[in-house]
Design a binder for this molecule. Sequence first.
Ligand code: ZN
Length: 100
Amino acid sequence: MRCNKAQEYLGLDLDGVLPPDATVQLTSHLDGCSECREFREDLLMGQRVLKATEPELPENFDWKLQLRLNQRSGLEQHLNSHFQRYKYVSFSHYYTPDLS
Ligand SMILES: [Zn+2]
């Protein structure tokens, strides 16, 4: 397995969506690749940082109103896409390789 594949798998593993057979391949790659082990440590550290800095909804967020209007599923989709985007931005911020 190439390192870029292994690191893609590491991201999936962190999200808990890596299939078991891929997990086996990933584990054997990590056994022989210190670079990817370090990448994994960085990911885990970044995940802890993210958990500590999860955004609060703005004070004026009218979710209660929207719930009353019976738009719950639409609201949940909106929130999911909002947090997906936030997570993506944060991850690329934390995990951009330092090329200097
Ligand atoms: Zn590797």
